[in-house]
Write a protein that binds this ligand. Structure first.
Ligand code: 4NP
Length: 151
């Protein structure tokens, strides 16, 4: 089993979308995909309605996901930890205990733009088009991740 964790700040906009998209591209028998936020604001919350809507538009149902906070033991449970932006990256690395922990943490857009450390922009305070933009970025990155893991 390969375990993949998607991480953003609130775990209500970007990472639940990344979780839903990633799950749709991998066989569930071999892959476990989850998401978490570095902050505690939205523990137990459903994804933002705009993330639910853009997922639905693309045939994905993420409405049952529940927000949770990233915890140190996630380094033990997951093989790959994909962060959305530089702030998430720093927050997760601050919790890493070892080089093995640190080596699991990757900018998700580096899958498409290697070594650039580009951010998936936080769409929380913007309009609906921000969510479509995030969807497109995550879809491209998750396609690459799936192709690399399956081939
Ligand atoms: P996310 O977006 O990190 O993509 O889930 C955010 C959601 C909520 C907040 C910030 C970002 N917030 O400040 O409550």
């Amino acid at each position: 089993m390969t375990h993949i964790l998607m991480v953003c700040l609130g775990n209500i906009c970007r990472s639940p979308l990344a979780e839903g998209i990633m799950k749709s591209k991998l066989p569930s028998e071999g892959f476990n995909v989850d998401s978490a936020g570095t902050a505690s604001y939205h523990i137990g919350s459903a994804p933002d309605r705009r993330s639910i809507a853009v997922a639905k538009k693309h045939g994905l149902n993420i409405s049952n996901l529940k927000g949770r906070q990233f915890v140190v033991s996630d380094f033990d449970r997951f093989d790959y930890i994909y962060v959305m932006d530089a702030s998430n990256y720093q927050n997760v690395l601050d919790l890493a205990r070892t080089d093995a922990d640190r080596s699991k943490v990757k900018f998700i857009l580096n899958e498409v733009y290697p070594n650039e450390n580009f951010d998936v922009p936080d769409p929380y305070y913007g309009g609906d088009d921000g969510f479509q933009n995030v969807y497109n970025m995550l879809d491209e990155a998750c396609t690459k991740i799936a192709n690399d893991l399956i081939s």
